[in-house]
Ligand binder design. Sequence first.
Ligand code: HEM
Length: 259
Amino acid sequence: MGIAMIVEYIRYRIDQADAADFEAAYARAAEPLSAAPQCVDYELSRCVDEPEWYVLRIAWTSADDHLQGFRGGEHFQSFFAEIRPYVQRIEEMRHYERTAVRGTGASVPSLYEWAGGAEAFARLTDVFYARVLKDDLIGPLFAGMDPGHPEYVAMWLAEVFGGPARYSGERGGYHHMVVQHLGKGIGEPQRRRWVSLLMDAADEVGLPGDPEFRAAFSGYIEWGTRIALANSQPGATPPMQAPVPRWGWGVAPPYIPQS
Ligand code: HEM
């Protein structure tokens, strides 16, 4: 995630008898909180082992934005009116800075796994570049391409979609890729053709056709080709060093029927 933020944790101890009122008050307080531009997101959790304990996590754009912006802003009064009765029950209220230690687990398969792994991307780029070379509009751009090109782009895509970091490890990573687009002067009709031949190849090799996979897959392809086009224009000065991007499911996680 790119935005700077600070996390506020507020731990409450609430008598069991007041728990329902407390949760209802927070449900109301959530409305002004959601409207506050200083608030990134928030979540109230109740302890399972000791149900009188609650933790409220609020991510703010910064501690100052919270203390000055939110508290001095138009949403604070209606927020505070709801939670005022519980201020005495606060056991801890502090700002925490995130460290570099964070990540996600494997509860959701990566796009790479969903697609069928390295082999699926290898099939995709084989078929794709065979079509590209025969294409009247973009074939000429690739006429002198490295014979390993389909394999390299398969490695790139596999890495982007959550597979092993082989393009970074064996092929020079982002820098190597970006340099190859410099000065190519790709036009919009060519970009479109590239996208459309890739989608044809995806169908031909049987990449998963479910809406969620294709939405995420084409989201990256749309993004990447637009960047490639921009970077290929005369005089473009893209960053020369950057990590290989990682692309996830976005707002539509994979549909896995419950059995
Ligand atoms: C998501 C979009 C794209 C990705 C992921 C991508 C990826 C790559 C990669 C990884 C390389 C370097 C391969 C190596 O290691 O040697 C490369 C080179 C190249 N790309 Fe792209 N590219 C994209 C879009 C485009 C578009 C839209 C065009 C033109 C229509 C294009 C034309 C080329 C050409 C001509 C080369 C040099 C090939 C050679 O001579 O070996 N790329 N691309």
